[in-house]
Design a protein around this ligand. Structure first.
Ligand SMILES: Cc1cc2nc3c(=O)[nH]c(=O)nc-3n(C[C@H](O)[C@H](O)[C@H](O)COP(=O)(O)OP(=O)(O)OC[C@H]3O[C@@H](n4cnc5c(N)ncnc54)[C@H](O)[C@@H]3O)c2cc1C
Length: 323
């Protein structure tokens, strides 16, 4: 028996990642008191190449690792070579990316991963679903990985499934897909909104989306030296708050009024105030590391989760330090 396919929505991102592991030792080690640090690229039209550095657990031989990834949209792809990785790190101009890719010891091969489009399948609109068969996770929605949402959304869907199973099996598919759609709506809007802020991604941009993207672009520029804006933004990215929280008066005012000029000192200050740690490498090559007390701007729950955020002086990198 043939059944209707779900309507599928796609955003043609044509993203490619080049990534590699490096040893987190010696000159590239973290400072005392730090064991989890990550720097994420804030992708904008001025700097549309994603970049990420994450401190990872030890490898099988016992060395702590960095995982580094750089990317590009729609054909702007770096080769899977160390030289290409270094060149892109320099283009992105994140001091952390440059430091690790140039001075760190490479582990294994440089790898490449490509994803042609993000996609969402609208199962909840199907009238008839097969009995005993459900879709979950990426098979409902797969996001551009730069936003780091897929696992979180899949875990939230698992909670939704548990909830719906507790009400029995009758109509489970319809109930699950309706409830899952509510979980997916906001991360999907965030991801699609982010992708469509990049000119190379071809889909139409309705006026409300253009307004929101202009506002988010300003957040990126103000956040380096404003921990309240930084943290507000990070809470939305981590799905702790709804996007509407970014328009709360105390954040809106700071974003509209704030300076968009950033220095490393501001960036370091913002990070210290958010999570109580300093940055480890600065653009001038100096190193500033050390745990500090969490400042009052940091909500207690955020401090426990270790969520903090600052954006690099290049406007390209958000730093998220986890204690
Ligand atoms: C490069 C990259 C970086 C990412 N970074 C993040 C991040 O930082 N944070 C985040 O939240 N999400 C991230 N994601 C997204 C996240 O990995 C996915 O959204 C999540 O893993 C989806 O879970 P899933 O169970 O639906 O699918 P998967 O995790 O892909 O699991 C599907 C499994 O099914 C197996 N399988 C496939 N076909 C068959 C078959 N025919 N028979 C048997 N088994 C089969 C596969 O081998 C796989 O193990 C990233 C994704 C990518 C690609």
């Amino acid at each position: 028996m043939t059944r209707k396919q779900p309507v599928e929505q796609r955003v043609d991102i044509g993203i490619s990642y080049t990534s590699a592991y490096f040893r987190r030792t010696g000159d590239c080690a973290l400072g005392p008191g730090l064991d989890k640090v990550a720097a994420f690229g804030a992708v904008t039209n001025a700097q549309p190449r994603p970049g990420v550095v994450i401190a990872q657990e030890r490898d099988a031989t016992g060395y702590p690792r960095w995982v580094v990834g750089v990317g590009g949209f729609r054909g702007d792809h770096a080769e899977a070579t160390l030289e290409a990785l270094r060149e892109r790190a320099r283009d992105i101009a994140s001091p952390e990316l440059v430091k690790i890719t140039h001075d760190g010891a490479l582990i294994g091969d440089v790898m490449r991963y490509q994803m042609p489009h993000s996609q969402r399948r609208r199962y909840k609109r199907l009238r008839r679903l097969p009995e005993g068969l459900l879709a979950m996770g990426d098979s409902i929605t797969s996001f551009n990985p730069i936003y780091g949402q897929g696992m979180t959304v899949a875990a939230c869907e698992a909670l939704v499934l548990r909830q719906q199973l507790s009400r029995g099996l009758a109509g489970l598919g319809q109930r699950l897909f309706r409830a899952a759609a509510k979980v997916i709506d906001i991360p999907w809007q965030l991801a699609v909104g982010g992708d469509l802020s990049i000119d190379a991604v071809p889909d139409p941009r309705p006026l409300p989306l253009r307004i929101v993207n202009a506002y988010v672009a300003r957040i990126y520029r103000v956040a380096p030296h404003d921990p309240v804006v930084s943290l507000g933004f990070q809470r939305v990215v981590h799905m702790l708050d709804q996007p509407a929280a970014l328009f709360a008066p105390r954040i809106l005012w700071r974003v509209l009024r704030g300076s968009v000029h950033s220095r490393d000192a501001d960036r370091s200050q913002a990070l210290r105030e958010c999570v109580g740690v300093d940055l480890w490498w600065l653009a001038d090559g100096s190193r500033a590391v050390g745990p500090h007390h969490a400042a009052p701007c940091c909500r207690r729950a955020d401090a426990r989760r270790g969520i903090g955020h600052a954006v690099a002086s290049s406007g390209s990198v958000a730093v998220n330090a986890l204690r």
